[in-house]
Ligand binder design. Structure first.
Ligand code: ACO
Length: 401
């Protein structure tokens, strides 16, 4: 590892690394990925074990505090989060300003960014206590914001938070429930969704997290930073891939069409890519995809449903993994390949998929943001460039051009 700051100070040299394929932008104790081995650890704990045995609230505590909580610590944390789930009524007015067919991510960029207008204390980022409260507010309000975006899109009244439910149960009720009517949370669906949240909680310096860090490095308030992360996550090469993957699987439709799409993905004259395949860091099976695939079966069984896209997905995976192109380029299913199949079975429209990703990734974003602000050596993010424009030339007045 070359310390590029030292190299620059001593020689004036800097590296040219578009896409930051081999440049570390920070130190971090949060998440470890070994892409060659397909390993993902949060604070040292393997993602498979966290997804199997813990809860999203537990993982949130772990990411923010560094250690797994005791029972009492978990209860207190869960209670604290539940105290922040409400949105200011003025903020609910924002929704009515959007078109009904607005993408939930468009609404979330606006509403999350606007939180800073309601919590002026969040601008005092030097104070750890204010940072802590802002983090709790963000984690707590994201389900309310995402569910309201869904309700608005289908023309139904908003359902207010029910803090007697779990974090994920409350989100299901706000999304699929009806105001003032009882809503029974299906425990298998609740567990599956909670697991999806765990699988999306953090993933070290991905594009949206780097965006949050870069925005935060100037001292911007946390709500503005997370809104920037949401904007970045929306892209189809990042969080938008889960929506794109399910749309692709539906377009393929039947297993006999798979070879045609594999051929298109390999054709360099065709911009088509297998969505939900490939990863900048994983050159092996994404460990999150393994858990996702298993969860699909559990949800189908609990809801007594099936979906032909799952069969298409399984066969597509098998064909791609045996194809020399995908083997040579080390392209494996990523977290997004199966998540859409589960979310669709639960009842979420594809436009909500990335919003759910944003909800879960908020934990990673705020943990990374806190880590960065707490670092005494933290500097404003300021990449360099290789200039390719004209050399110096004299200005020519408009009547002489
Ligand atoms: N289908 C077909 N070919 C692919 C795919 C794919 N899904 N992904 C990469 N390749 C090929 C590229 O064409 C390239 O080939 P080349 O070397 O002949 O030019 C090679 O594999 C390397 O791909 P890059 O785009 O250079 O790799 P990069 O690390 O920049 O991109 C990315 C990673 C964006 C995830 C890419 O694999 C992709 O576009 N996948 C589909 C979208 C997707 O699933 N995104 C979700 C990522 S996970 C997440 O954000 C949660």
């Amino acid at each position: 590892v070359i310390d590029i700051r030292k190299l620059y100070a001593e020689t004036g040299c800097f590296t040219y690394d578009p896409g930051f394929t081999s440049t570390a932008s920070c130190d971090s104790a949060l998440t470890y990925i070994d892409g060659d081995e397909g390993v993902l650890l949060h604070r040292g704990y393997p993602i498979g074990e966290l997804a199997e045995d813990s809860s999203f609230m537990e993982v949130s505590y772990l990411m923010l505090n560094g250690e797994l909580p005791s029972k009492d610590e978990l209860d207190t944390f869960t209670y604290t989060i539940s105290r922040h789930t409400m949105l200011h009524e003025q903020l609910m007015q924002f929704y009515r300003g959007f078109r009904r067919d607005a993408h939930p991510m468009a609404i979330m960029c606006g509403v999350v960014g606007a939180l800073s207008a309601f919590y002026h204390d969040s601008t005092d980022i030097a104070d750890p206590e204010h940072r802590r409260i802002s983090s709790h507010r963000l984690i707590a309000k994201m389900p309310t914001i995402a569910a309201a975006a869904y309700k608005y899109s289908v023309g139904q009244p908003f359902v207010y938070p029910d803090n007697s439910l779990s974090y994920t149960g409350n989100f299901l009720k706000m999304t699929f429930g009806v105001p003032a009517e009882p809503y029974e949370v299906n425990p298998v669906v609740e567990r599956a969704l909670d697991r999806i949240f765990i699988l999306h909680a953090d993933h070290e310096q991905n594009a949206s997290t780097s965006t949050v860090r870069l925005a935060g490095s100037s001292g911007a308030n946390p709500f503005a930073c997370i809104a920037a992360g949401i904007a970045c996550l929306w892209g189809p090469a990042h969080g938008g891939a889960n929506e794109a993957a399910l749309n692709m699987l539906r377009e393929i439709g039947t297993p006999d069409k798979i070879p045609h799409y594999i051929a298109r993905a390999k054709d360099k004259n065709d911009p088509f890519r297998l969505m939900g395949f490939g990863h900048r860091v994983y050159k092996n099976y994404d460990p999150r995809a393994t858990v996702m695939q298993k969860t699909v079966r559990e949800v189908f069984e609990a809801l007594k449903v099936s979906d032909p896209v799952f069969e298409v997905a399984l066969q597509l995976e098998e064909m791609a993994l045996n194809d020399p192109y995908f083997i040579e380029k080390k392209l494996f299913p990523n977290v997004d390949f199966y998540s859409g199949v589960i979310l669709s079975a639960i009842g979420f429209p594809t436009t909500m998929f990335t919003a759910l990703f944003a909800l879960a990734r908020t934990v990673g974003w705020v943990a990374q943001w806190n880590e960065m602000i707490s670092d005494p050596g933290q500097k404003i993010g300021r990449p360099r460039q290789l200039y390719t424009g004209p050399t110096q030339r004299p200005y020519v007045p408009v009547d002489k051009r």
